[in-house]
Design a protein. Structure first.
Length: 198
């Protein structure tokens, strides 16, 4: 099933209230275009399933072959399933998927906000979500696509100028035990004049 913007926003508000809906919607648009059964086999083929059963079977097959797989609306990576306590089928469920994405975003923001503020921290958070690195998602164009989708969906009036973050040790993967500091992720509007996170 393909969710439109209104459906994505509704699920985000209900299932991921810890994160600004304006931050989740453009991420989902970038990741899946609203496709609840979207599957991306990292460093593997693009596959599509018609049913949840087919989708779960494909994901298990590729995971067993050593691939990581991104699933569902927010393309949550399979490397997170065990630590977040979900099955493959649960990860496809739209509400669960966005809740998981919110957890990963909160962990990323807690890490990014140690050294960055405002839109820079948000951009680094999106980069971490995409690549596990605070800078790689900027360099590969992912963060720019999220901001462009934010502007296109009305989450912000214009996309911000992306920060230039010099490559450092931040290119290392996010630690599995990164803190989940919900108090740092505040529901709010993303625009150049308002800080979404404190």
């Amino acid at each position: 099933m393909i969710y439109d913007l209104a459906m994505i926003a509704q699920v985000a508000q209900r299932c991921a209230p810890e994160v600004a809906t304006e931050a989740v919607v453009p991420l989902v648009v970038t990741e899946s275009g609203g496709n609840t059964l979207r599957i991306n086999v990292n460093k593997g083929p693009r596959v599509q399933a018609a049913t949840l059963g087919q989708a779960a079977a494909l994901v298990r097959r590729y995971m067993a072959a050593g691939y990581t797989v991104d699933v569902g609306l927010a393309q949550v990576n399979s490397s997170n399933f065990a630590r977040l306590g979900v099955s493959v089928e649960q990860a496809f469920e739209p509400c669960t998927n966005l809740h998981l994405a919110a957890q990963v975003l909160q962990e990323g923001y807690a890490l990014a906000s140690r050294s960055l503020r405002g839109l820079d921290a948000i951009s680094a958070t999106y980069s971490l979500y995409n690549s596990g690195s605070m800078t790689r998602g900027l360099r590969n164009g992912y963060v720019g696509r999220v901001w462009a989708n934010a502007a296109a969906t009305g989450a912000i009036a214009t996309a911000p100028t992306l920060p230039v973050i010099p490559p450092t040790g931040d290119d290392a993967a996010t630690p599995a035990g990164a803190p989940n500091d919900a108090s740092r992720w505040v529901v709010g509007q993303i625009d150049a004049g308002v800080e979404v996170f404190k």
